[in-house]
Design a binder for this molecule. Structure first.
Ligand code: UD1
Length: 417
């Protein structure tokens, strides 16, 4: 069991450089299975999800090297094999092997994907789309099997713009016969990054990043290179921390446009920032004002930043209404913030956060990845020592977290018991 011991209330100055996006790389690595050629992925973050995906790729026969943030994938000996629970349960993104192995081999077998327990997280949109494309999909004892003789382009409408289903349909559609249109597609920047990689591999995808994506199927893909976009959630988390503790703290290696919703809310709260295209200098701001925050799909406020943002709102004067709209269980960190002294009333997927309150160091537990990020923010602004248990989740998404924060003046220890 890993835990963080945080001594709070320390000024932060210097520079934090943001790594490649977790939610991009976890799709890019499985996407490489659409070719037996050699792929090179740059700016790959050193996070535990990448380590698990490397093991999964090696299990499938790939030869991988990972050095200085460059991942080289040689799929010459790639084979389609059943992916067991011990791998698939480690991360949500394991469902991308359905799309890529299914696309290349017309067969995939994988146990139900894992990931944070933040709600029911069904994969019905993925499965219904696979069926429309021509797969026979069977489910037995938590294992999905996809089979087809031929994949055919289709018009596919999503009831909800699911990130995972958008990427999965793009993966299978690249090698399908004819044209696929995804209508009401998700527009997250990570989807554009995956489309860029697939196009570099020889696919013909237009409109990624908009609500309508058109994919003209091609006969085969070849090896290619791609660079992972900056992690907007990592960048956003450090921006929030900088708004509370920064003394000219520079967050570099970001894409400012991907953080528009957060920047806008921080400005409304009175945070002082100098914003450049790929970096932001942020200062601890006095007299922060309450702001309402409602999560939604991109370009709305990201659900993955909702939890760290709720810790920020405890420092804003007045009543902030915080509302989660994507997942059922994304408020499980709230009781821990309350234990630390926050004044919060929560019901369903809403919370009224009344600030500002001085938080106190306590023993708390990260129930999921971004809950961990919220408690990290809370611990860093609290008086005294905060102990955050169960931070394996947190390490799944934040590269070199302790080192990055301690380098700019934080006092955090990682204990492995
Ligand atoms: C991805 C991100 C996750 C982020 C989320 C929303 C990855 C690996 N994870 O997750 O960090 O929080 O986008 O931005 O990229 N849904 C269904 N049926 C489906 C698929 C989704 O009902 O078939 C529902 C989910 O239960 C959830 C909502 O749609 O309530 C969002 O899901 P989706 O956009 O698919 O998110 P993920 O791809 O799982």
């Amino acid at each position: 069991m890993k835990k963080l011991i945080i001594r709070g209330n320390r000024d932060l100055s210097g520079e934090i450089h943001i790594g490649g996006a977790k939610n991009s790389v976890v799709a890019l690595i499985p996407a490489s299975c659409l070719t037996k050629g050699k792929c090179v992925i740059h700016n790959v973050p050193d996070i535990s999800d990448v380590g698990i995906l490397i093991k999964m790729m090696e299990y499938l026969g790939s030869k991988i090297t990972y050095e200085n943030e460059v991942l080289t994938i040689d799929n010459k000996n790639l084979k389609v094999k059943p992916i067991p629970t011990e791998y698939s349960s480690c991360l949500r993104a394991s469902y991308y092997f359905m799309g890529s192995l299914g696309g290349l081999f017309h067969h995939a077998e994988i146990s139900y994907p894992g990931g944070c327990t933040i709600g029911a997280r069904p994969i019905d949109i993925h499965i219904n789309s696979f069926k429309k494309q021509g797969f026979k999909v069977t489910e037995k004892d938590g294992t999905y099997t996809l089979d087809t003789h031929k994949l055919k382009g289709q018009d596919i409408f999503f009831d909800f713009p699911s990130v995972g289903a958008t990427i999965n349909v793009m993966l299978t559609a690249t090698l399908a016969e004819g044209t696929t249109r995804i209508i009401n597609a998700a527009r997250e920047p990570e989807i554009q990054n995956v489309a860029e990689f697939l196009n570099n591999m020889g696919a013909d995808i237009q409109g990624a990043g908009t609500a309508e994506i058109i994919i003209h199927g091609v006969k085969e893909l070849h090896g290619a290179e791609v660079t992972v976009i900056p992690d907007r959630i990592e960048g956003g988390t450090y921006l929030i921390i900088g708004a509370l503790l920064g003394k000219n703290l520079k967050i570099s290696g970001i894409n400012r446009d991907h953080l528009f919703s957060l920047i806008s809310k921080l400005k409304d709260a009175g945070v002082s920032m100098k914003i450049n295209k790929d970096s932001i200098i942020v200062n601890k701001s006095k007299n922060l004002k309450a702001v309402n925050v409602k999560t939604s799909v991109y370009p709305g406020f990201p659900t993955d930043l909702g939890q760290p943002m709720s810790a920020f709102l405890t420092q804003c004067k007045g009543e902030s209404l915080f509302e989660e709209t994507i997942y059922e269980n994304r408020l499980r960190h709230i009781p821990y913030l309350t234990t630390m002294g926050a004044n919060i009333k929560s019901w369903d997927k809403k919370a009224v956060i009344i600030g500002n309150t001085q938080l106190k160091g306590r023993k708390v537990k990260a129930t999921d990845l971004r809950a961990g990020a919220s408690l990290l923010v809370a611990g860093m602004i609290a008086n005294g020592i905060t102990e955050v248990d169960n931070i394996e989740h947190l390490l799944r998404g934040y590269e070199n977290l302790v080192h990055k924060l301690n380098t700019v003046g934080a006092d955090i220890k990682l204990i492995d018991e």
